[in-house]
Ligand binder design. Sequence first.
Ligand code: DAH
Length: 354
Amino acid sequence: MFENLKKLEQEIEEKLSGIKDSISLSSLKIEIFGKKGSITNHLKSISSLPKDQRKQTGQAINDLKNKINTIIEKKFNDLNKDEIENKLLNESVDSTLSSRPDEEGKINPITQTIAEVTKIFQKMGFKIALGPDIEDDYHNFTALNIPPEHPARQLHDTFYLKKNKNGQKNLLRTHTSPVQIRTLENTKPPLKIIAPGRAYRADSDITHTPMFHQIEGLCIDKDVNMSHLKGCILDFCHEYFDIEDLPVRFRPSFFPFTEPSAEVDIGCYKNKKEIKIGTGGDWLEIMGCGMVNLNVLKNCKVDTKKFQGFAFGMGVERMAMLKYGISDLRSFFESDLKWLKNFGFSVFDNIEKV
Ligand code: DAH
């Protein structure tokens, strides 16, 4: 056995001395220490030796293993050094070569629109508020004055989730209005919040996607009235669409969570089949709004003798389509890079010029 080991050691040393590069050294290492390697085989054979020889033989194989390992490691180091030095000597950087084309990533118009809209309201003193996409029935409906069996529930094609431990079915919020409730539950008025986020409805056709974005606004204070709501929305429309004399009108409407309620339309006209925003004969609806229904305030334990307020909600995709001339709603979600290159925004578009 010991003779065999001596022979093996000589063989390995011979092979090692002939090695000139790290790749061949790696192969040799496997030949020696791999699953079927020469030293591995010797180690495996220990168990078949008579008991009294095992300890000594094992020791000898381990000594050889350590010795060879040390030699190999040293050789690796030396070869690596040589290889790096050779590379440095023989290869050089051609600094006259032109750089690789740099594809700039683009910001989706939805993200851009959320940034633009929230920024305008932030300048008016609204603070950003966020709420969960998975809501409970109470925050999405009941607290917003939409009790069970209310017909408005049928208008929201709700995605319900499986019953939870308490036997209640959670849901994907059908609008961002529940953020109003969550804020009123946690913050003492006066308050002004702007809440962007995703909303979900089981609806899919040319003008609907099952997931879409909304921005919700809420202002609660002591003397807030309908004219504050009008002023706020008028200022917003003029700044967002960047048209100073843009016609804006408030049309009476109904929402369970506001009373009175209105829908906001902006002026538009047709230009060769294309809809343009500005003074013209036509109107386009852009958001819902109203004075917060007293039932909503009471549900959130707001003292209605002291406080009242207004709320509004708009669809982000619609705001983006109108401002940036995007005609197909579905294109927002198709991840088509050509489309994004055309309609997307550069990071630098959002840096304010002084
Ligand atoms: N939640 C409404 C919807 O999804 C939009 C809305 C209308 C929000 C009027 C409001 C509001 O806060 O006052 O259609």
